[in-house]
Design a binder for this molecule. Structure first.
Ligand SMILES: Nc1ncnc2c1ncn2[C@@H]1O[C@H](COP(=O)(O)OP(=O)(O)OP(=O)(O)O)[C@@H](O)[C@H]1O
Ligand SMILES: [Mg+2]
Length: 476
């Protein structure tokens, strides 16, 4: 058994060496013969995976190479003696990969065989300065295995390598937050590492509603076939509305983390016109969340709708007008940011730009929005973020004070009062959370007592405000 493995190892190494010599030879004929000799005497097959294929602009070529690299770094690196380490992008942690001419042995358990992986690099022979990175140096991975395993290796092992490698890439990928900043010649996305700590586990809201949102996101994430079948673009719009401090921005961070998507935080004030908006949209990538916070306040949309249309009940512009467009409509479309430009941004263009995009609007006042902007199909799901009730408080208390706090009998009387008061008083989760922040001087009891006092005060204020309203009505 040992000697079989030894021969197999020697055979694969010899094949790899002959391959290297052949690659280094300039004479095409000799190169051809060397490869023929290697193929004749060897029972081994080799597969070469170049970093860039024939067409370097095709990123899919590189995907295979990158997946192999990630797979080998994660699953086979312990077998290599020579490694190279690089700092990953946005990362402080060094990432190791096998160095050139190193042999790594992997086992394909499905058929019980060993395989050999090698990394190597070819450098350009000419001294000409090269602008295309694909021409600079050529990196390869080479896989060598016994020819009797050709079918299972091609049919199952390599697809598994790609799948596992992609999973490793997704796991290690740092998520980014992009904001658009104006520069000469337009507005451009500028990224930073996205490290918001919020998750659905730390988000305080009605548990049933939270579960429904998570289910909706999961269905979206896995919904490629479904969206294709029903003939809709693979995108979803969420409108988050509710008073300040109820967790709308926190929810966006939790969604991004759950889906493992990048976030594009679109500042509409920095966008001059529809053309810029289109450019920004085209520059977003797949698997991303495009966010427009405070959509009602972030921009006054200059729009023919507002010029020509009757106003709706909330003072906004009604979208279902039949008035003919004015002559300068076309000019406005190009020189200003208009509501129709934004509507095109949401649903017109993105069907043409691939899938897996989520768009989220947030607002404190849903009634201020043009109905066209938030109709179902554009904003598919309307999620109300509301004041803190007892269930949300329980989660905050567990997170901020102690996981077991709700079982501590010394606080039962405080919990009872908090439950009663939260049913009567509107306090945002942000305000409740502020009272639960522990400091050196404030222990759990002090935090809870402070919250009770704040809730009692809020209840008194509410009662006084009510009395004043009654007095005004009587005076009238
Ligand atoms: N539902 C919640 N669950 C957990 N923490 C919350 C929640 N709501 C608010 N908070 C806390 O309050 C802070 C402010 O919340 P957030 O910024 O998400 O509110 P918002 O609804 O976006 O407010 P605004 O309308 O002013 O933008 C957060 O940093 C978070 O710590
Ligand atoms: Mg916010």
């Amino acid at each position: 058994m040992v000697s079989t493995e030894l021969w197999a190892g020697l055979g694969s190494a010899l094949l790899f060496l002959i391959g290297l010599v052949a690659a280094a030879m300039n004479h095409t004929r000799i190169k051809l013969w060397l490869n023929k000799i290697a193929a004749y005497f060897s029972s081994y097959i080799q597969i070469t995976i170049p970093e860039y294929g024939a067409d370097p602009s095709q990123s899919t070529d590189r995907d295979f190479f990158v997946a192999v690299e990630a797979y080998l770094s994660e699953y086979c690196i312990h077998g290599a003696r020579k490694l190279k380490a690089e700092l990953g992008r946005d990362s402080k942690k060094p990432q190791a990969a096998i160095d050139d001419d190193q042999e790594i042995v992997d086992t394909f358990h499905d058929v019980g065989t060993k395989l050999w992986w090698y990394a190597y690099t070819e450098y350009p022979k000419s001294q000409i300065i090269i602008h295309n990175p694909a021409d600079e140096k050529r990196r390869f991975y080479r896989l060598v295995f016994h020819k009797k395993f050709r079918d299972p290796i091609l049919g199952s092992y390599l697809p598994q390598v790609i799948e596992k490698g992609r999973a490793v890439i997704a796991k290690n990928r740092k998520h980014r937050l992009f904001t658009n900043i104006p520069k000469r010649g337009g507005t451009f996305w500028s990224p930073v590492a996205f490290q918001h700590p919020a998750t659905f586990a730390t988000l305080a809201m009605d548990p049933a509603e939270k579960e429904a949102i998570v289910d909706d996101l999961d269905a979206f994430k896995q919904g490629k076939d479904y969206y294709t079948r029903i003939g809709r673009a693979w995108k979803r719009g969420y409108l988050l509305f509710g008073p300040p401090g109820t967790g709308k921005s926190t929810m966006i961070a939790a969604i991004a983390k759950h889906l493992e998507y990048d976030v594009y935080d679109l500042e509409l004030m920095a966008v001059k016109n529809n053309t810029e908006l289109r450019q920004l949209f085209v520059l977003t990538t797949d698997k991303s969340i495009i966010v427009i916070e405070d959509i009602d306040r972030s921009v006054h949309l200059t729009t023919k709708r507002s010029d020509n249309k009757p106003h709706n009940r909330s003072g906004g512009e009604s979208s279902n007008t039949t008035l003919p467009p004015k002559e300068d409509d076309k000019d406005d479309e190009d020189t200003k940011l208009t509501l129709s430009g934004l509507l095109n941004f949401i649903d017109g263009l993105w069907s043409a730009c691939g899938g897996k995009r989520i768009i989220i609007f947030t607002t404190n006042n849903k009634d201020n929005l043009d109905p066209a902007l938030i109709r179902r199909g554009r904003m598919d799901k309307h999620i109300e973020m509301s004041y803190c009730r007892y269930e949300a408080f329980q989660l905050l208390a567990r997170n901020y004070l102690d996981t077991n706090i709700l079982n501590e009998s010394q606080f039962f009387h405080l919990f009872g009062e908090i439950q009663k008061l939260l049913a009567e008083v509107d306090m945002s989760p942000a305000d409740v959370a502020e009272h639960l922040m522990r400091t050196e001087k404030r222990d759990a009891a002090a935090c809870l007592e402070g919250l009770v006092v704040a809730l009692r005060n809020a209840k008194d204020d509410k009662a006084k405000a009510k009395e004043q309203v009654v007095e005004i009505v009587h005076d009238k």
